[in-house]
Design a protein around this ligand. Structure first.
Ligand SMILES: [Zn+2]
Ligand SMILES: [Zn+2]
Ligand SMILES: [Zn+2]
Length: 178
């Protein structure tokens, strides 16, 4: 009986489950929003609720869909505007993981992203992983780096190994068509 290994199977590691329940997280967010002088409007609460219970990255469009289920009167345009306001307040932030739409995150659950160019796996890493570079750029150039805004691209460990062995699968995203 031969044991076959699924060597081609590459997935991002599972998200670490939030340490607090989404209800407790939402309560914290509401407190934080008020502390920062933000008003507690219905769309804001619905968006924070959706983000607090989301187990994955969500786009503005997906958020608008979730909010519409809870509050049908809230239009997508309001959701986009509210996201911008919440970002200005510092409660949420958006990330570009690739060419697709931005993904929204709660600042309270902030992290950085590494994306594999070969297999498109997304890895979440901590802010501390970027701290040495952040410090160096600040010291040398006075530059205040924002590593959260865009993902860092490269090769994940299995893809890097395959590339070293000259066996990198050609699964790159096709270039834009003419
Ligand atoms: Zn993320
Ligand atoms: Zn990979
Ligand atoms: Zn952006």
């Amino acid at each position: 009986m031969s044991e076959r290994r699924a060597t081609r199977q590459r997935r991002a590691p599972p998200r670490t489950p939030p340490s607090v329940s989404s209800d407790a997280l939402l309560a914290d967010l509401v407190v934080e929003l008020r502390a920062r002088g933000g008003r507690l409007t219905k769309p804001r609460v619905a968006i924070l609720e959706a983000l607090a219970s989301a187990q994955h990255h969500v786009t503005g469009e997906e958020l608008a869909g979730i909010v519409k289920q809870v509050q049908p009167s809230v239009h997508a345009a309001t959701v986009y505007r509210t996201l911008d306001t919440l970002e200005d307040i510092g409660i949420v932030y958006h990330v570009h993981l690739g060419h697709g739409p931005a993904q929204w995150h709660l600042t309270a659950e902030g992290h950085q992203h590494l994306v594999c160019e070969q297999c498109a796996s997304v890895f979440e890493v901590t802010d501390e992983d970027f701290a040495p570079l952040q410090t160096r750029l600040a010291d040398r150039f006075g530059f205040r780096m924002d590593p959260r805004h865009f993902a860092v691209y490269g090769l994940c460990a299995p893809c890097a190994t395959l590339a070293d062995q000259g066996r990198a699968p050609s699964v790159r995203t096709p270039r834009a068509r003419r």
